[in-house]
Design a binder for this molecule. Structure first.
Ligand SMILES: Cc1cc2nc3c(=O)[nH]c(=O)nc-3n(C[C@H](O)[C@H](O)[C@H](O)COP(=O)(O)OP(=O)(O)OC[C@H]3O[C@@H](n4cnc5c(N)ncnc54)[C@H](O)[C@@H]3O)c2cc1C
Length: 403
């Protein structure tokens, strides 16, 4: 196994569950890859705030299998609540009534738009949440008249959060797959789930402990350079590295992608500072969502402001970004003091971009016995933790068939 991100650890756990031996090589000092704990300027933080949803069935199954306790996450019924009062809450009713009722009861959205959104969801159900010909999410929203406030507060934020790609550039079919599995699924599938421990402790570290207890090896600070040598030693190799990290390993076969960034700005305020909820939306500025780390991980007074996907903010310095995030938070929250410190973590290649018609690589590579895993390989899902976990399980199954 090359890579101890969520995909690599999912693959290693699956191999060991099925009676095989696994050795994991990881370049970094901690597991987790793009979802990991980092220490920056004396502060221990996540490399970016993450949100999970109830539909992440594969990942939650693996977390349970390696003994992650249920209180490692906070589970909340879907609620999109904005600092300016707009709110949408899924009702606790069977699908599709939970969402449709929630849309109708949404606060501070015009009635005509709410009814239009219900018609939109019903039309998508009739289409089986798939278009014969893929187009951009913006084109889809225009076709179904979903561009007003409902677009701005509901569909566009969901697109940016789930696909990490601006609606004008994002694939409608991948967006629809995410809607199908979350909003249009069972009530629990749309639950918002927020980590209460750091991202390495959420799954990869307990997975490493579980693996070692069963005789598998996990080696940190171990960069693989020669796939052929590894294959000769172990028989089968799963490359669970980020898509941009494939080139040195498979120089002639690495797929080409465009990438999208995610920026997280941590702002440490006085310990008494709290949000009214663990997660709050902001509209109209740079910050899309702000999270109360005090409520989640016990880091009192610490807010994490998230800016997903590309934008003009990429031209700003870290100081400008932190100042802008603070200004936007101060405009939305009453009596916010000055922050004691701020840290900006910009992941330039947080995920691949997901344009219409995107083709994903096969799990098999042209090298016999060498397989791919990673969030970018899922045939229909956005590049997320769940896509990473699913890909690991799939790649492990192929490697076992091959061995
Ligand atoms: C800031 C940010 C916010 C995000 N927010 C969310 C979110 O809210 N919800 C969500 O579901 N997803 C989110 N994502 C996406 C999610 O983090 C990724 O989809 C997932 O972590 C990808 O896992 P992976 O295992 O496929 O790849 P990676 O995490 O990239 O793992 C690859 C691993 O391989 C290692 N490696 C690379 N080359 C070598 C080599 N030659 N030898 C040994 N090791 C090597 C790397 O060090 C790394 O640990 C976010 C991502 C970022 C960056």
């Amino acid at each position: 196994m090359v890579g101890a991100g969520y995909a690599g650890m999912a693959a290693a756990v699956t191999l060991v569950q099925r009676g095989a031996h696994a050795v994991v090589f990881e370049s970094g000092p901690v597991p987790g890859g793009r979802a990991r704990r980092v220490v920056t300027q004396g502060q221990t933080l996540d490399n970016g705030q993450h949100i999970l949803i109830g539909a992440y069935a594969t990942l939650f199954g693996l977390m349970r299998a390696v003994g992650v306790p249920a209180n490692a996450v906070l589970r909340m019924p879907l609620e999109l609540r904005y600092a300016d009062g707009v709110a949408l809450r899924r009702l606790f009713l069977p699908a599709p009534f939970g969402l449709l009722g929630g849309l109708l009861l949404a606060r501070r959205l015009p009635w005509g738009e709410k009814l239009g959104a219900v018609r939109f969801m019903l039309a998508l159900r009739r289409l089986g949440f798939r278009l014969a010909e893929d187009c951009s999410v913006s084109a889809l929203l225009a076709r179904f008249h979903q561009e007003g406030r409902i677009g701005r507060y509901v569909w566009q934020p969901i697109c940016i959060s789930a696909l990490n790609t601006p609606p004008a550039l994002a694939s409608a079919n991948v967006f629809l797959a995410a809607l199908r599995d979350t909003l249009a699924g069972d009530a629990e599938a749309s639950d918002l789930i927020l980590p209460r421990v750091d991202l390495s402790r959420l799954f990869p570290e307990p997975a490493a402990d579980w693996l070692r207890a069963r005789g598998a090896e996990v080696r940190y600070g171990a960069t693989v350079r020669d796939v052929g040598a590894l294959r000769s030693e172990f028989g089968a190799v799963i490359l669970a590295v980020g898509p941009h990290q494939l080139r040195p390993l498979l120089p002639d076969h690495a797929p080409e992608f465009e990438y999208q960034p995610i920026t997280t700005c941590y702002l440490q305020y006085d310990a008494k500072t709290r949000l009214p909820l663990p997660m709050l939306g902001l509209a109209g500025g740079l910050v899309q969502w702000v999270f109360d780390r005090g409520r989640l991980t016990g880091e009192k007074g610490r807010l994490a402001a998230v800016i997903s996907a590309q934008g003009d903010h990429q031209q700003m310095t870290q100081e400008e970004l932190a100042r802008t995030c603070h200004r936007e938070l101060a405009a939305a929250l009453k009596d916010l003091p000055e922050p004691q410190w701020t840290r900006v973590i910009a992941e330039k290649r947080a995920t691949i971009a997901v344009p219409p018609g995107l083709r994903r690589p096969a799990i098999e590579t042209p090298l016999s016995g060498v397989f791919l895993a990673g969030d970018y390989t899922d045939p229909e899902y956005p590049p997320t933790l769940e896509a990473a976990a699913r890909s690991g399980v799939r790649a492990a199954a192929r490697a076992l068939d091959f061995a």
